[in-house]
Design a protein around this ligand. Sequence first.
Ligand SMILES: CCCCCCCCCCCCCCCC(=O)SCCNC(=O)CCNC(=O)[C@H](O)C(C)(C)COP(=O)(O)O
Ligand SMILES: Nc1ncnc2c1ncn2[C@@H]1O[C@H](COP(=O)(O)O)[C@@H](OP(=O)(O)O)[C@H]1O
Length: 324
Amino acid sequence: MVTTRRGAETWAEAAPSTRASAASTRPRSSPYVPTPLEQIGLAIFPATLIFGTIFSVLSPQTRSAPYDHVTQSHAQDPTMAPSYFARKSNLFNVLFVKQGWGWMSLAFILFVLLHPSLSTQVRRLQACVRWVLVTACWFFVTQWFFGPPIIDRGFRWTGGRCELAEMEVEMGDTSVGEKVTAVACKAAGGKWKGGHDISGHVFLLVLSTAFLMEEVGWAVLRWANWREDERTVVMADGATKSANVEAGVAAGAGRAQSWFGLSGKITGVVVGLNLWMLLMTAIYFHTWFEKLTGLLTATVGFYVVYIVPRFIPAVRGVVGMPGI
Ligand SMILES: CCCCCCCCCCCCCCCC(=O)SCCNC(=O)CCNC(=O)[C@H](O)C(C)(C)COP(=O)(O)O
Ligand SMILES: Nc1ncnc2c1ncn2[C@@H]1O[C@H](COP(=O)(O)O)[C@@H](OP(=O)(O)O)[C@H]1O
């Protein structure tokens, strides 16, 4: 907790002049990189992946369970799988992650509609624009990108193929090999093998968690004025200023009320489940490199939606910034 000269006051209770002088002496964060607070939040993702990967190597139960490199999973038989969470059929995977974008979107919509910090139509609209952008990113990477999604295109560019499709190509149907996706291949009973398979689970779980952390985190921090907003932005004249100069509502407007509200708490549950399932993917599925590329792909989406607007004023004018 940050205290003032008198020692007993919290940062939020301090006089505005005290906070202003502290802010002016504090080094400014760069608009080109996440703030120190965001860096702490984002570090959770690589830390979870590293911990899970190390755990999978050290755990005798996990190491001794048979692993299939084509399906990127351990034996699925309940008597042989190292854990309930090592099975693709586990309920958290089937009902939660496989519908993960839907759950994240539901939590977000509830937050936009119910949380008092998003009191104006402009704030709600800009939050929805950011959702459309991250949803387009998810859609292009995992569902469709003018044909097969980016994950499937990457798989084929790196030499992967559907074994069944290859057979058909040999029989003269050359169009099949070009059009096939992981879903189509598996549905046709083929084996999707040989390429680099970016982890869709890592991508989805990281991007949707980072999205909720940005949207709910900054909105609640400013609403409660629990901590000084550290974000900086590049203005149209090239000057770098605190993001507060563009804020429509004073920080701390909701200090006397419930900070998170029901919708913020629901978001917390989705974030908690996401992180748990990210850990399970880290322990039981994929190679470390496929998890890393899942993380990097999500990081690109995060950077475009949340950091780029800070240094391109025209983009910021359209998408806004959470909590501002
Ligand atoms: C030409 C311009 C086109 C612009 C297109 C813009 C984007 C439009 C998006 C339209 C759809 C939005 C709908 C959003 C509502 C939903 O949430 S959809 C319902 C829920 N579905 C999911 O959440 C599916 C999530 N699952 C996955 O993404 C994948 O299953 C996976 C987890 C990433 C991995 O799958 P595997 O099979 O395990 O590999
Ligand atoms: N945490 C998890 N729990 C259960 N299954 C998981 C999982 N993480 C990944 N998987 C499974 O591992 C495979 C590869 O996942 P992805 O590429 O999305 O990261 C998928 O198999 P299926 O496609 O056969 O369902 C997926 O369901």
